[in-house]
Unconditional design. Sequence first.
Length: 237
Amino acid sequence: MNHTNGNINLAQRTADILKNRIINEKSLLSGEKLPNENQLSSELGVSRATLREAIRILVNDGLLTVLRGKGTFVSEKADQFAGTSTIGKLDTSDMKVRLRDLYEARLIIEPEAAFLAAKRATDEEIAEILKLGEIVQKKIKNNPRGYARIKSESDFHGAIMKAAHNDFLASFIPILTETIEKTFAIDENLEIIAEDAYKDHILIMHFLELRDAAALRSAVTIHLHHAAINENLKLDI
């Protein structure tokens, strides 16, 4: 993996989240000062270097202004973006179409992969999946909106896919990761998604530990439907 490209992509995703808060959510208003670097990087679950790069992107776009010795502020021009906010809204709309398709693909494949994992996983694999699940739960409790959850969620669900012992299913993991990343990029109802995910993960881990394949399949299906509903996505599956 090219770490440089990964860092650039993370900076852009971080910039997109801040842009959405300014243009669509209005949680950051024109003329308002951004929270301090430590607080904001912790909230977003990214390094300060990544946050600085995201801010640089938005300064270049005209959404943020850096005043030396005072801090970083939402530009007075931000209202102009809001007035013509087809830019931000089109991006979000396009992303939602993509996200709907991703969730549909996961619903077709992931519950069945979980079913196989309950039957085929070694005891060691189940122990590792449960360990990864507990890491996700801690990160949800610490910061439901934190970007740090992306990797832990992907590791947890990806480990279940791998435990199905099917090479083709394992190749599906990047789709899983992209779904989680786009959920955070859209930045909608993340607290509600996290609350449902926490409860769903308890069931998923419980049924996996019991090797109850049918119940695990149902738990994964419910988990994916919860996330899609909280994202206001209409699925036909």
